[in-house]
Design a protein around this ligand. Structure first.
Ligand SMILES: Nc1nc2c(ncn2[C@@H]2O[C@H](COP(=O)(O)OP(=O)(O)OP(=O)(O)O)[C@@H](O)[C@H]2O)c(=O)[nH]1
Ligand SMILES: [Mg+2]
Length: 253
């Protein structure tokens, strides 16, 4: 039998950055080894010069890296909304999201993409599918993150183990069905809200296991206000839209 022609899907990876000048080159080098992958760096005028580092990487890999030097409001949520809009207007088959601090290993990307191409519209790289897969987190952080995920599950009805993971792959056509302009929150809440809206839109949301490694270089940007927002977002979503009946009638809308 003749071998099937290999189809390499076009994949755009959105990478938000804020003060990640030492981490970004390592991430990009790994991503560039994966066929079909291009990257959009969403930099918020990082004071450490990450934007210039990204421009240098774009010159090293012509046509595969785009750098968006954002101005105006800074934040993870607004950066992702910006990236989503640009990605939807493009022609990639898959749109992925990854942190730039090396917590998300590109070696898992093919697993997420395989699931997105076979059975799901959104695949979340999950830290909590096989027990707890995080490296170098203090116990209090593990407890906080596990509690946050149980809380989100209980309140929203979403039957997922990890709704706050920022390692994800979408089918672009599915992402285009989200009301992106109506998603207002930031940080972890943004990820929860997007997941909720995806399920509400009838998209098939699935999880694929990853091992998450805590950043070694650079500082965390998560603040107390982001934590407080995380407590209210699930309640706000349910009051506004009702609970998700899981497993929801995927693809019904
Ligand atoms: N564009 C943009 N990116 C951001 C902003 N804040 C954080 N990021 C990026 O978003 C990703 C996640 O932020 P982190 O600070 O690593 O959050 P975290 O993983 O919860 O915290 P750590 O465990 O300490 O790493 C990283 O790639 C950051 O560089 C921002 O305001 N704008
Ligand atoms: Mg991080």
């Amino acid at each position: 039998m003749a071998p099937m022609a290999q189809h390499t899907p076009r994949t755009l990876v959105l990478v938000p950055t804020y003060n990640e000048k030492d981490n970004l080159p390592i991430l990009i080098a790994d991503l560039m080894t994966i066929a079909g992958v291009s990257v959009m760096v969403l930099d918020d005028q990082s004071p450490d010069g990450t934007g210039a580092v990204a421009d240098g990487l774009a010159r090293q890999h012509p046509g595969r890296i785009e750098v968006v030097h954002r101005t105006g409001q800074r934040g993870l949520g607004v950066s992702y909304r910006d990236g989503f809009r640009r990605a939807i207007a493009g022609d990639a088959e898959f749109v992925c999201q990854m942190d730039s601090d090396l917590s998300h290993d590109p070696k898992y990307l093919p697993d997420l993409l395989a699931m997105a191409s076979a059975t799901a519209d959104l695949v979340i790289g999950s830290r909590y599918l096989n027990g707890i897969s995080v490296v170098n987190w203090p116990l209090r952080r593990i407890i906080l993150s596990s509690f946050a995920n149980s809380y989100v599950r209980t309140i929203t009805g979403l039957g997922l183990r990890d709704t706050t993971s920022g390692f994800r792959c979408w089918r672009r056509e599915a992402l285009a069905k989200l009301p992106i302009d109506r998603i207002a929150s930031d940080g972890y809440s943004f990820l929860v809200e997007v997941t909720f809206m995806a399920a509400l839109a009838g998209l098939r949301v699935a999880e694929s296991p990853i091992i998450f490694v805590e950043r070694r270089v650079g500082a965390s940007k998560m603040s107390g206000s982001v934590m407080i927002e995380s407590m209210f977002t699930p309640l706000k979503l349910v009051l506004r839209h009702g609970r998700i009946r899981w497993p929801h009638a995927a693809g019904s809308k």
